[in-house]
Design a protein around this ligand. Structure first.
Ligand SMILES: Cc1cc2nc3c(=O)[nH]c(=O)nc-3n(C[C@H](O)[C@H](O)[C@H](O)COP(=O)(O)OP(=O)(O)OC[C@H]3O[C@@H](n4cnc5c(N)ncnc54)[C@H](O)[C@@H]3O)c2cc1C
Length: 309
């Protein structure tokens, strides 16, 4: 493996990585996929996927990703249980150093290393992840129809999540640790309209102390507001305090101010270095869905095919 120059190496085993593997394998490129620290990616942590087209029985994230992995493997993708720790991407032959010490040499690379939602980092949050605590309203909002929820955060993403939830929830609290917001004014205005309608409410100068629950699901949240504690009864809590893209191993590539890889250099998925392509949440601060990541993985694979021709 060390001396051989591969056609393409895919970094990441989320929907972007597996979709890229399926397409490059079917194009006879003999892809090698490095799965990384979280085999199957972010979706494996969620008990139910209700928006993957065709999967109408709402499979668990783990089952869905297992099927994708088997599909990519069956087509001949070589899977490596390893993590890319260092890269040298300039020039015709790119070098990827893995945690095991192995070095892969390849003509092209598809990066699908994803992003991680920032969480609050408290014990009760960990206990209720997937049981009422979520970081994605588009993904999980549907499970809280006609229920009461809170969104934690004060940026545009928090307002977008909160507004989305007002379409289906009984009541949406927006909990923010300060008085002012970093969000776009148009979003704040739209949320204010919901407040006037009684569908939403601000809880300001408040931080989460403990997420309350009965062991199986969230029942509320204890907040510290100035010098006192208050409790809100809730069915769900959405943390919207940002995402961190997993792009540290790629210092040579151009990134935006949050660390997302920049693409669109020549083709839609090409990064700032020729022969290096990116797909999914590592280069997409906006859509962040399994289907959009898989779509970008497909595009990156097609771009690699053209590049190698
Ligand atoms: C709790 C939760 C629920 C969600 N529910 C839904 C839903 O219902 N529907 C939906 O469409 N979306 C949902 N999402 C969003 C969805 O999971 C992501 O948009 C999608 O997984 C992104 O795919 P990706 O392939 O870009 O990256 P990821 O799924 O994040 O995968 C990244 C991969 O890169 C690997 N990796 C990272 N660093 C390295 C490295 N240095 N070397 C090698 N590999 C590396 C990781 O091991 C992982 O395999 C949810 C997200 C979360 C967190």
């Amino acid at each position: 493996m060390t001396d051989k120059i591969l056609n393409t190496v895919i970094i990441g085993s989320g929907p972007a990585g597996y979709a890229a593997a399926i397409y490059t394998a079917r194009a006879n490129l003999n892809p090698v996929l490095v799965s990384g620290p979280e085999v199957g990616g972010q979706l494996t942590t969620t008990p139910e996927i209700g928006n993957w087209p065709g999967a109408k029985d709402n499979p668990s994230g783990f089952d869905l990703m297992q099927t994708m992995m088997e599909h990519a493997k069956q087509l001949g993708t070589e899977m490596l249980s390893d993590t890319v720790v260092k890269t040298s991407l300039k020039g015709e032959v790119k070098e990827l150093t893995l945690a095991s010490g192995k070095v892969l040499k390849t003509k092209s690379v598809i990066i699908g290393t994803g992003a991680k939602a920032r969480y609050l980092g408290i014990d009760s949050e960990e206990q209720y992840k997937g049981k009422g605590v979520s970081a994605c309203a588009t993904c999980d909002g549907f499970f809280f129809r006609k229920k009461t929820v809170a969104v934690i955060g004060g940026g545009s993403a928090a307002f977008i999540e909160a507004l989305f939830l007002t379409n289906m929830c009984e009541k949406v609290y927006l909990v923010h640790r300060r008085e002012g917001f970093r969000a776009e004014k148009v979003l704040i205005d739209r949320f204010d309209e919901q407040v006037k309608l009684g569908k939403a409410e601000y809880v300001l100068n408040a931080t989460v102390d403990t997420i309350l629950g009965d062991g199986n699901s969230v029942t509320g949240v204890k907040l510290k507001q100035k010098d006192q504690f208050i409790e809100l009864p809730l069915n769900g809590l959405f943390v919207a305090i940002g995402h961190v893209p997993a792009t540290e191993p790629f210092p040579e590539l151009e990134k935006d101010d949050q660390g997302y890889l920049k693409t669109g250099f020549g083709t839609e998925t090409q990064t700032s270095i020729e022969g290096v392509f990116a797909a999914g949440d590592c280069c997409d601060p906006v859509y962040r869905q399994a289907i959009t990541s898989a779509g970008q993985g497909c595009k990156a694979a097609l771009d690699v095919e053209h590049f190698l021709m």
